[in-house]
Design a protein around this ligand. Sequence first.
Ligand SMILES: C[S@@+](CC[C@H](N)C(=O)[O-])C[C@H]1O[C@@H](n2cnc3c(N)ncnc32)[C@H](O)[C@@H]1O
Length: 276
Amino acid sequence: MAAATSTRATTFAPATVQRIDSARHPAARRIADVLRSRSERPKVFVLDDLENIEQAVACGVELDGLYATESSVANGPPALIGVDPDVPVHVIDDAVARSLFGEQKHSRIFALAHSPRSPRLSDLIETTGDIIVLDGVRLVGNIGAITRTACALGAAGIVLLESGLRTTLDRRLIRASRGLVFATPVILASRAECADFIQREQLSVAALSADAVDALSSIGAVTRRLAIVLGGERDGVSSELDALTAHRYAIPMSPNVESLNVSVAAGLALYEHRSR
Ligand SMILES: C[S@@+](CC[C@H](N)C(=O)[O-])C[C@H]1O[C@@H](n2cnc3c(N)ncnc32)[C@H](O)[C@@H]1O
């Protein structure tokens, strides 16, 4: 397994690359297997794009191999900062890459990486920041945006309930979070597991709902850390989580708007509570 925490840059320079010119090449078959995997605990996963690869490596993710399409290196090899130069590098024929990705999003530069350990609810016990609970939020773009915001605003982690995701190593989530899914714990849990954790750890729960009576500006009165619950795009906060809620807050809006995007509401709540 190649270590991937060097400060040196890896490039796709011609002398260091292996070429993949057929879908039958062993490296191409390996990519196809990883892309087809439906596993909840994949051993290897796909990282797309330079920025996400570099972010993942900075968070300690170990790379198995780097891949760039022929056309993406035509105007000079890209350099990846922080990636160990011993990681095997491949240039892949564009048509072969297209056939491997098929209906999935095509990437011009990507890596296969070794899956880090999945974070668990118990990882949040010794932490101090607020915990974001997404109760039925299913749009991966929203989950990714909230991950990024949570990371930026010092949240302890994010718990995903009924998200529809099999794994947090989902390509779409990695891209939508700009690779920050590796920087902050993002945990898949059931509503029962989350409720049990909240009760055991005696966490104070605040739910965000457009029809709550108290305005979000009063969240600063709560001095303890909070589990901040936000509801799904369609149904809002579930009755299971609502039953645990001590505080409910609304972000006042113009009357002709029904609700905010959930990622906007999450950012405002984290910011308001943090700046208490
Ligand atoms: C798109 S909204 C869901 C709308 C859904 N029809 C409902 O009844 O809640 C997604 C989530 O964002 C949060 N949210 C959106 N607008 C809000 C507001 N004005 N005040 C507080 N929370 C809000 C809530 O947590 C909500 O469940």
